[in-house]
Design a protein around this ligand. Structure first.
Ligand SMILES: Nc1ncnc2c1ncn2[C@@H]1O[C@H](COP(=O)(O)OP(=O)(O)OP(=O)(O)O)[C@@H](O)[C@H]1O
Ligand SMILES: [Mg+2]
Length: 325
């Protein structure tokens, strides 16, 4: 899919499964304009709204090698910029006494660039995924990069304490807003230097297209899966966040088992319940939610009443399990 260009960097190839519906095209169009104008783009929104996937696709459009960086609580500035590591060994050959060859260990440490430094120097596209997971101090080095096009690094023999950012350097940030994941409140100075595009759950057309393309189920089945998923999301929005990932899981399993969504059965109910109900609920709540899932299956299949599910043949399950193992 992608080929390595420099250690830690990749050339991003287009993903064939990337869906571009009108709503995604609209966001892409704006994001590309900002990036071309050298304005950093920040994709923010709840989990599973396509931030990382879109960031990769935008990076592909920029046609430069890509560096990926994932925000981390443990990060310090050196994780972004670089650090002194190891010793430089230099051989000293005494020209007067040929038989004497000394190896001297240089006291100064060797400077090792990290991803931000490499991307700034080489003009790569840096994707800083979930950047707000890092502590704000760790991200301070970015302020002057974004504002003045200068990266400050500790002075060394090669560089005098700063490097000028390459004109092709671009940066795409992603984050889950503070209230969704409880990570650090992002510092305002950094946010002020980028354009934030808010993403929300995809529209219905896009969700159907993603389920169909990512799993290979028919358009008709993708429509039913997404119908169930969207209704369930609405009904449980106060207690859990359900993204398109649940729809992709249902689609993948149906495809793997060669199942169409034609009749409601217990297996289908179980698969939908497993994918849609978050693991954080108590068993009572799960049971209630499972009943809701079953009702929604019937609604979207325009099938017979719920009691019909009792007909599900257990032997069939065993048979299918054997085939899978
Ligand atoms: N445009 C798209 N075309 C096809 N699949 C997509 C598209 N956007 C998102 N997806 C799929 O939807 C799922 C969620 O997308 P992604 O991982 O990008 O979300 P995210 O917002 O980064 O989530 P998180 O906040 O949890 O990191 C993935 O399986 C991804 O492959
Ligand atoms: Mg992501």
């Amino acid at each position: 899919m992608s080929k390595e260009y420099l250690p830690g960097s990749v050339f991003v190839s287009p993903s064939e499964a990337f869906v571009e519906t009108p709503s995604i095209k609209k966001v892409m169009d704006r994001a590309i304009s900002y990036l071309k104008a050298n304005i950093p783009v920040h994709l923010t929104g709840p989990t599973g709204t396509g931030k990382s996937t879109l960031a990769m696709h935008l990076a592909y459009k920029l046609k430069q090698p890509v560096m990926l960086l994932f925000g981390d609580e443990e990060f310090g500035t050196s994780d972004l910029v670089g650090d002194k590591m190891g010793y430089r060994k230099s051989k000293l050959v005494d020209n007067f006494i040929h038989s004497v060859m000394k190896t001297e260990e240089d006291v100064s440490h060797r400077w090792v660039d990290n991803r931000l430094t490499t991307a700034c120097k080489e003009g790569f596209t840096l994707i800083y995924d979930e950047f707000n997971r890092s502590r704000p101090e760790a991200n301070n080095a970015l302020l002057s990069v974004l504002e003045e096009g200068i990266l400050t690094i500790p002075p060394s023999e090669e560089e005098g304490g700063y490097i000028k950012v390459h004109p092709n350097f671009r940066i795409i940030f992603t984050s889950n807003p503070y209230e969704y994941s409880g990570v650090h409140k992002t510092q305002d100075a950094l946010l002020d230097r980028m354009v934030s595009i808010h993403l929300d759950y995809f529209d219905e057309m896009t969700e159907r297209a993603i389920v169909e393309t990512r799993t290979g189920v028919t358009a008709e089945d993708a429509m039913k899966i997404v119908g169930i998923l969207r209704d369930f999301r609405l009904m449980t929005s106060s207690t859990q966040a359900i993204s398109i990932r649940a729809g992709i899981i249902i689609g993948k399993i149906l495809k793997q088992r060669n199942m169409r969504i034609e009749r409601a059965n217990l297996l289908l109910a179980d698969i939908c319940a497993d994918a849609l109900i978050s693991g954080r609920h108590t068993s009572d709540a799960r049971e209630k939610m499972r009943r809701v899932v079953i009702e929604l299956i019937h609604k979207h299949l325009q099938d017979e009443p719920v009691a019909h599910l009792a007909d599900y043949d257990e032997q069939e399950t065993e048979h299918r399990l054997e085939a899978l193992i």
